[in-house]
Design a protein around this ligand. Structure first.
Ligand SMILES: [Zn+2]
Ligand SMILES: [Zn+2]
Length: 141
């Protein structure tokens, strides 16, 4: 009789425990997924094929090959240029491109301020309106 009661209790509680551990599994999976997601985001952010810049004097947007580091604006020839970075909205992954000096940007989609940064790629810079420049155009006295 005693053994029977135990068995029944065990049978009664087992599905509950299974469900709970199943939930934990799901949660862990979701966390791993999130971690994996942001990790690849960082990898991508650190790897770019172009250098983007914005001129603080005339607002010209331009970019160069990865190995060229401009010292002046190709349009107004002033040295007031700043590297262009991607400002990423964590909520919807919307990316706004702007000068490095600004701390964050207002998301065009949801209106929140961005909290993450990325390095824009050539395609991002192009759609931002940047024009590719040669070393001769962006370097010199
Ligand atoms: Zn300029
Ligand atoms: Zn947003």
């Amino acid at each position: 009789m005693i053994a029977n009661t135990k068995d029944r209790a065990g049978a009664h509680f087992a599905p509950e425990a299974d469900r709970r551990s199943g939930l934990v599994c799901l949660l862990t999976g979701a966390l791993l997924l999130l971690a994996g997601c942001s990790k690849s985001g960082v990898d991508q952010a650190l790897d770019s094929d172009a250098n983007g810049y914005v001129c603080l004097a005339c607002k010209a947007r331009f970019y160069t090959d990865r190995k060229i580091f401009p010292t002046r604006c190709p349009d107004c020839k002033k040295p007031d240029i700043e590297e262009a970075l991607g400002f990423v909205c964590q909520a919807d992954q919307c990316v706004m491109i702007g000068p490095r000096g600004q701390r964050s940007a207002k998301c065009e989609k949801c209106g929140n301020f961005t909290t993450a940064l990325s390095i824009p790629r050539e395609a991002d810079l192009k759609s931002w309106g940047a024009v590719k420049k040669t070393e001769a155009e962006v370097n010199g006295q």
